[in-house]
Design a binder for this molecule. Sequence first.
Ligand code: 5GP
Ligand code: ZN
Length: 112
Amino acid sequence: MDCIFCKIIAGDIPSRKLYEDDRVLAFYDISPMAKTHFLVVPKQHIASAQEITPDNSGIIAHIFEVIARLAAERGLADGYRVVTNVGDNGCQSVKHLHFHVLGGEKLSEKLA
Ligand code: 5GP
Ligand code: ZN
């Protein structure tokens, strides 16, 4: 499948990894939008949050556990933002579910 995040997960495209386990990978965004900006993705290819079902929703809980742990470890105790873009109107450019974690500084009050 021609999916850039599946290639990063497979190790075919290099990335700056923060964390990996059997279900998820976290790596720094190549084009950071905040002082700290990393992505957390399921290893299973799920196209977007719109594809979450009762069968695969367990990964979401795990992703948020990982985000909380990484935020604590990476000095984001003063707060941060978690974003997932969905589809064309949401400006999702990579069609593999991912959560942006943005922080390390005061973020804009505007979400969009
Ligand atoms: P989206 O726009 O789909 O919500 O976010 C995709 C994100 O993936 C963007 O912030 C973009 O900078 C990041 N990205 C795209 N290609 C790569 C890549 O090859 N490596 C890394 N580390 N990030 C990427
Ligand atoms: Zn994928």
